[in-house]
Structures are given as C-alpha cells and as structure tokens.
Design a protein around this ligand. Structure first.
Ligand code: NAD
Length: 511
C-alpha cells in the first residue's frame, strides 16, 4: 500500500494560491479567501483568493488585449501552441494527477483519467484548421458567389465544477482557444490548483500572456463575468440551480451560453443481460470517484423480480468487498468525498431513504479509515425497493449511493429515465439487439450506452444532457464546440467585369 497523505504533518504550511492573470500569478486583493481541504485528512492545505469584480475586470482587460493578436494568428499556428501544451501535460501527468487527487479526493488512477479525457478534447481541437473551414457556393445568381467564415467570438469564460478540475476546463478551453478566443476560467474554489497549473503550462507552451487566465472566486466573480459585455460566451458545468441561473443571466446580457447541470443516470438491466457483467459495471459506474461524477450511474433498474433478486444479491456481495481509502492509497477503489458538507448532505439522503420506506441493503455511514480519522469518508451504500416518488430517486445525491428501482416490464423501465427531470446519461444492458435499438431510439436522455455503463462520448462527438441536465443549444466538444466558440460571417460577392475586358479608350457612358 502506498499512502503518503497519512504521513503529512498537521503543521504543514497552508499554501497561498493566487489568480493567474495576464500570463502571471497575481495575488488576490479582495481580502476574501476560501479554504482548500485535503479530503483524505480533513485538513486545510491551501487558501484560494476569491476575486472581486475589479480583479475579474483586470482578467477580462488582459484577455481582450491579448485576443486581438491571438485571434489574428493562423489556426495552424495556434494549434502548434496547443500541441506544445499537450507535450507539457504529458511531461507533468504524474504530478498533475497527484495534485488533483490531493484536493478532490479521487484516486490517482481516476485523476489520470480526468486529465486524459481533457487531453483528448485538446487533441481534437488541433484539427481547428479543418474545423474552422467555411462554406462556398459559386454562382448563386449570375456572377454572384456566397461564402461563409467562422470567426472567434473574442473573450469567452468558463465556470467549472469541482468534480472534474482538469477535464472540464480543457473541454472548454481547447476548442475556445483553437478557434482564436481568449479564455477566462473561474474554476471551483474547492480544487483550484490543477486549473492554475494548466494556466502555467499554457504559458510555458508559448500561449501569449492574457489569452488564458484563471480567477479564483465565488458568485461575485461569476456575476462580474456575466455582467461584462466584453465576455461574449459562457460555458458552465455544475449543479442545475446554478446552471439555470447562469443561463438566464447570460441570456439577459445577450451572451451565448451552454450550461450543463445535475444528473440521475439510470442503468436498465434486462432479464437476458449477463448479470455478473451488469453488476460489475454498476459497481464501477455507481461508486467510482465516490459517485461524484455527472455520468455516474445512481439508479439501477432491473426488469422482472427474478432479475432484480439476482442483481441485488450480486451487488450486495460486491459492495461488501469494496475498499475505501485515502486518495493516494493505490489500493483504494474510491476515496473520500470532497467536503464535510458533502458527507453531511449524502448522510441526510440516506436517512430520508430509510424514512420513506426504501430497503437499506448496505449502509456506508460512520466509516472510519484508520490513520485518516478526520477525512471526509462515506462507505458504499445500496438501497433496494426504491419507488419513483422517493426523494432519493427524484433528487441527485452525488455520493456513493446506488438505488435499485424494480420495474415489472421493459416499458416501465423505459419510462423511468424518460420521465425523470434529468436526462444526462442512461444505459441498457441486454443481449437483444431489437430491445437495444428500440431503447436508444425512444429514451428521452441525451447520452445512451448499450452494454456501456458510462457513455461519455469521445472527443469527436458531442457531450450534453437533455431536460434539466442541460440548458442551451450546442453541446460540449465535437463539432458543436467550434460552432459555440465562433460566429459565422456570410459574404455575398459580385465582381462587375473589369480589367479582363481589356482597356477602353472611349469615354465611358452609362448603359
Ligand atoms: P456547483 O453548481 O456548486 O458549482 C459549479 C460552479 O459554480 C463552481 O465554479 C462554483 O464556484 C460556481 N457557483 C456555485 N454557486 C454559485 C452561485 N450561487 N452563483 C454563481 N456561481 C456559483 O457544482 P459542484 O458542486 O462544483 O459540482 C457538482 C455538480 O456538477 C453536480 O450537480 C454534477 O451533476 C454537476 N456536473 C454536471 C456535469 C454535466 O456535464 N452535466 C459535469 C460535471 C458535474
């Protein structure tokens, strides 16, 4: 077992973090800070400054200046900077993963995946010269041609959640920068160190100062970005109430916005599914990263009583064998939750589930990890006999809690995710192609997996949930990202005959 956080001294100094504005670290001046914890020990390890509106304005000033040059570079030249950035991320991948793990609480192996999924979108964005190509039509009328071009918006902003501190900033910044925009990131105040490291790596890669800035902050910083007319687009990922708030406020200021919110992802298990495979998939997708993934499976829907009994038995056996440990413990299946408040919130959901009549099969409350008594731990929790009107079914829990809702038949199973207020991801486990085809066509959810538990599309496709999991027209990454981060200009051209008719020595007259 490798576990270094256990040996951290209680008197270790608290790191003072800064903003990254105009190509350099800039200490906060607002006098307001937020504590950054080590979730494995419960100790404060850093303090991040919370920006004032003036500090945000300084980041937008720097971005607006820098974008004029950056937006004029060829797409190929910009892509070369992104390629150098990718080389630096590869060089520092281990350090980045450990840093991410130490602030978020996910295991180092999982943190590597967080970085890798972000890297893949930057790799996709290297294709900007192709992705930014416009259209052309010759002779739409006699002697008249029409062309279109994609131009950068200018300054754009990203507001990102704690649960993917590398992946989501890179999903936004990769295409935004490749398209010629300057980007101001307001990462989660809970784990801001990796976003700040990414800013340093962009600078080292040769990104002109000001093109990528990071401001630490809370609602004050977010409102300052939303109210600045120079910020032309906002990408948000986080919980639904904040997604809706940002979408509405951005729209009221005439900005483009894509805002992705909470989730309640179901996995339908048909009677013909390989139940061991389905149970393994549920364990990984339900409890990986302590359930703090927007694409975590939090609801299992076995079809038929026999399937349900067999599945729950398999899940209970596997849950009992799960190992919860410190983030840097290489043997842990998952680590602590991000904060003490998260442990409290999830524990309250467990109490509500019991009170509303669900069957508690495994209870993760009260888990203590030896050597890490102050850590924010909660063990894997499993509920059976959950009903659609139960609070633990209707609301996102965002913790290591999997609920089983039994469905009598396929049509009932199909209705559950389709009628849920959230529609991020869903999956079906079956051996029957006809059922799978019907399900993928009819289910009212944005991303669907067939025998795939976490159907996060690869970078060249787009990512986005439906219903209250996503506000806005265009998804993240894939071709949509280049549409979101550019505006289209359409040019209609007519060239009257000129020099090619030859010189004329006769006095011109109007005909
Ligand atoms: P959150 O909504 O609390 O915070 C997200 C961001 O919004 C952070 O940067 C935070 O500082 C900021 N913020 C918080 N309160 C604000 C306010 N009142 N006004 C303005 N800004 C505010 O979310 P979180 O806890 O960091 O992340 C977990 C949530 O994100 C879960 O609901 C999860 O499902 C969701 N999520 C969704 C996706 C997706 O693609 N749909 C991906 C990842 C996470």
């Amino acid at each position: 077992m490798t576990d270094e956080s256990a040996s951290a001294s209680p008197r270790e100094p608290v790191r003072a973090l800064a903003h990254f504005i105009g190509g350099r670290a800039v200490p906060g001046t607002s006098g307001r800070f937020s504590d950054v914890f080590d979730p494995s020990t419960g100790r404060v390890q850093a303090r991040v400054p919370l920006a004032s509106a003036d500090e945000v304005r300084a980041a937008v000033d720097a971005a607006a200046d820098a974008q004029r040059e950056w937006g004029g570079w060829t797409a190929q030249r910009r892509a070369r900077v992104l390629q150098r950035f990718l080389d630096l991320v590869a060089r520092d991948a281990d350090d980045l993963a450990r840093l991410l793990s130490s602030e978020h609480g996910k295991t180092v192996a999982d943190a590597r995946g967080d970085i890798q999924r972000g890297v893949e979108v930057v790799e996709f964005s290297l294709g900007a010269p192709h992705l930014l190509k416009g259209e052309f039509s010759l002779d739409v009328a006699t002697g008249v041609d029409v062309s279109s071009m994609r131009q950068p918006l200018g300054v754009v902003a990203g507001i990102t959640p704690f649960n993917f501190p590398a992946m989501i900033p890179l999903w936004q910044a990769g295409p935004a920068l490749a398209a010629g925009n300057a980007f101001v990131l307001k990462p989660s105040e809970r784990d801001p160190s990796v976003p700040l490291r990414l800013a340093e790596l962009f600078a080292e890669a040769g990104l002109p100062a000001g093109v990528f800035s990071v401001v630490g902050g809370d609602r004050t910083a977010v409102d300052a970005l939303l109210d600045d007319d120079r910020v032309r687009a906002v990408g948000f990922v986080g919980s639904t109430p904040i997604a809706r708030y940002i979408y509405e406020r951005a729209a009221a200021r005439g900005k483009r916005a894509q805002c992705f919110g909470s989730a309640k992802n179901h996995m339908i298990v048909m009677p013909d599914a390989d139940l061991d495979q389905a149970a393994d998939a549920l364990i990984g997708a339900g409890y990986g990263s302590a359930g703090e993934r927007c694409m975590a499976i939090s609801v299992a829907v076995p079809v038929g009583a026999e399937t349900a009994d067999a599945l729950v038995a398999r899940l209970a056996e596997r849950v009992a064998a799960l190992r919860v440990g410190a983030a840097l413990d290489a043997d842990a299946d998952f680590g602590p939750l991000v904060s003490a408040e998260a442990v409290q919130r999830v524990s309250e959901y467990i109490e509500t589930g019991i009170a509303e009549g669900a069957t508690l099969v495994a209870d993760g409350r009260g888990l203590v990890v030896p050597g890490h008594e102050g850590g924010f731990f909660l063990g894997p929790t499993l509920f059976d006999d959950v009903e659609p009107d139960h609070t633990i079914y209707r609301e996102e829990i965002f913790g290591p809690v999997l609920v089983v809702v039994r469905a009598d038949d396929y049509e009932t199973a199909l209705r559950l995710p389709s009628e849920h207020v959230y529609g991020n991801g869903v999956s079906i486990f079956t051996r029957d192609g006809d059922t799978a085809r019907d399900f993928t066509a009819r289910v009212e959810v944005g991303m669907v997996g067939v025998n795939v538990p976490i159907p996060v599309p690869i970078a060249s496709f787009t990512f986005g949930g439906w219903k209250q999991s996503g506000f806005g027209d265009l998804n993240q990454h894939g071709a949509d990202a280049f549409r979101f981060y550019t505006k289209t200009k359409t040019v209609t051209t007519r060239w009257p005959s000129g020099i090619k008719e030859g010189a004329s020595f006769v006095m011109p007259v109007l005909s």
